[in-house]
Design a protein around this ligand. Structure first.
Ligand code: DQA
Length: 147
């Protein structure tokens, strides 16, 4: 079995899932989502990372890249999606494919959420399917690898 390694990275406020606006983001916690991924894809070696800080997300990307990289990254950048040029540049700077995911359908919400400064440098974008957005992100990466 080839070892597929995927970094699942979450940005600001996603630590609050389960308690944060459940009518928008659902009732699962981030741990529930991460456990669900590990259970659904036993063949994948996952690393899970969340931070409220922009720089910590950049550092994690570079740390993984410098370690030799991983098969891909599933990234919910939260609000950083809409304005972080630093995150966009970091995604451009690494060789790993990054899939942008969102729990909510950002196009159905406030106008400012319709802009993503990271989509252009991501392999693809998935949103609106709650926790399934993450699963679809993993599946998309596996598909790229021919799995
Ligand atoms: C989000 C959408 C963003 O607009 C928001 O800032 C988030 C979560 C989502 O998963 O739907 O924090 O990325």
């Amino acid at each position: 079995m080839t070892l597929v390694s995927i970094l699942v990275m979450n940005g600001p406020n996603l630590s609050r899932l389960g308690r944060r606006e459940p009518e928008i983001y659902g009732s699962l916690t981030l741990d529930d989502i991460n456990r669900g991924l590990a259970g659904a894809f036993p063949e994948v070696s996952f690393e899970f990372f969340q931070s409220e800080y922009e720089g910590a997300l950049l550092e994690k990307l570079f740390e993984v890249e410098d370690r030799g990289g991983c098969s891909g990254v599933v990234l919910n950048a939260g609000a950083l999606t809409h304005y972080s040029i630093a995150l966009r540049d970091a995604i451009s700077a690494v060789t790993m494919p990054v899939v942008e995911v969102h729990l909510s359908n950002v196009h159905k919400r406030e106008a400012f959420r319709r802009t993503s400064v990271i989509s252009e440098v991501c392999a693809g974008v998935i949103g609106g399917f709650g926790a399934d957005s993450y699963r679809l992100g993993v599946q998309a990466l596996l598909g790229r690898l021919g799995g």
